[in-house]
Design a protein around this ligand. Structure first.
Ligand code: NAI
Ligand code: MG
Length: 355
């Protein structure tokens, strides 16, 4: 019997609604499996900020460092500026724990309708490998002459050979293990003549290590269009932090809903815990109504259990999600149904038990 300690940060808004669904599914799938997850819930987020003036407690990163993994809902509330919330919690975790891979599968599950006309599950099956530690979200820059007509802001992207090389290599490995073995690099080396030219050069060199993978580079704007017009030609995407952020909201939207897609913030060398979360935010527009789609959170839990060494439990979770979606009886409003988060959660947990 092995036990993993999981730090749970449900966070804000619908994070608090979908994370319990994820924990219930993980509890159902681990029952009798020889693996136990011990969840320790941390009350961090925007409410915590209102009382304590910070998103997580002092020494929060040291506390998290001792866990086997982190399970995050979403953060963000109208009471705290979004950049404060993000830079006080999510981005420090990703950077400090060197979670340099943000892995985001985007798949049209059988039974769901894509907003793209007449697309079937075989047409939309992508995974984005997003650089998660530097790039446009390095956090470098500042503002001067604040509040004056001469006010200026500088936000600098940071691209290092080391950072690009490791993310591109990871993406090639992911592509090698998939049937189609296609890798699309999202670049913009026509306009970004420093950072993205380095990106392309490094990618070209890494490519030589993976002759079995078909590598293509696309300017990110054209790739966005391609995901809409020819999604079946896209398999694995490797992208910088900002580009990957945008392309994955697009990818999950064409997969039926932003509520479906999961993400893993992964430290591949396992020198620190990795963090798993749905890709959506706290959705203040529907928070408190109990109608958020929990699939992204449950699927993120599946990625977590896979990372912890139980691919078999990942597969069981995924197949339970797939069976509930395919049956079509229980669906949250974003998927065109009327079910609540709890009903969807119960249906998926029930399917796990039934398998
Ligand atoms: P969002 O992802 O929260 O919502 C965008 C739209 O998608 C909304 O209409 C929402 O209702 C819908 N949606 C999202 N998840 C859903 C789900 N599970 N089920 C059904 N519908 C769902 O993005 P938005 O509105 O840009 O940001 C809201 C807040 O979340 C902001 O404070 C933002 O900073 C924060 N945020 C936090 C993230 C994180 O914690 N990792 C990621 C993205 C945004
Ligand atoms: Mg995003």
């Amino acid at each position: 019997m092995e036990t993993f300690r999981i730090a749970v940060i449900a966070g804000d808004g619908i994070g608090r609604e979908v994370i319990p669904a994820g924990m219930a599914a993980l509890e159902a799938v681990t029952q009798g499996s020889g693996t136990t997850l011990e969840f320790i819930e941390l009350p961090w987020g925007c409410d915590y900020y209102r009382t304590h003036g910070r998103m997580m407690e002092e020494g929060g990163l040291e506390i998290l460092a001792k866990f086997d993994a982190i399970y995050l809902g979403a953060i963000g509330a109208p009471t705290v500026p979004d950049h404060v919330a993000v830079w006080d919690l999510i981005l420090p975790i990703r950077q400090r724990f060197d979670q340099y891979v943000n892995l985001r599968p985007m798949r049209l599950l059988p039974g769901l309708a894509s907003p793209l006309a007449s697309r079937a599950p075989a047409d939309i099956d992508m995974v984005c490998v997003r650089e998660n530690s530097e790039g446009e979200y390095a956090g470098l820059g500042g503002r001067v002459h604040v509040g004056t007509p001469h006010e200026a802001a500088v936000q600098t992207g940071l691209f290092t050979r080391h950072g690009i090389e490791r993310i591109v290599r990871y993406a090639f490995r992911i592509a090698s293990a998939r049937p189609r073995r296609l890798l699309a690099s999202a670049t913009k080396s026509n306009a970004l003549q420093h950072s993205m030219v380095l990106w392309d050069e490094v990618a070209e060199r890494v490519k030589a290590e993976f002759p079995a993978v078909e590598y293509r580079k696309y300017h990110v704007d054209a790739l966005a269009a391609r995901m809409v017009t020819h999604p079946a030609t896209v398999d694995v995407i490797v992208a910088s932090n900002l580009f990957g952020d945008i392309l994955t909201d697009l990818g999950s939207a064409i997969s039926g809903s932003l509520g479906v897609a999961p993400g893993g913030n992964i430290n591949p060398e396992r020198t620190s815990p990795s963090m798993f979360e749905p890709i959506h935010g706290s959705a203040p527009d529907i928070a408190g109504k109990g109608i958020a789609n929990p699939i992204g959170a449950i699927w993120a839990g599946a990625l977590m259990i896979d990372h912890l060494g139980r691919r078999d439990l990942h597969d069981r979770l995924l197949s339970a999600i797939e069976r509930v979606v395919a049956a079509g009886r229980v669906r949250t409003p974003d998927l065109g149904g009327r079910a609540t988060t709890r009903e969807m959660s119960a249906a998926i947990a029930g399917e796990i038990g039934a398998a």
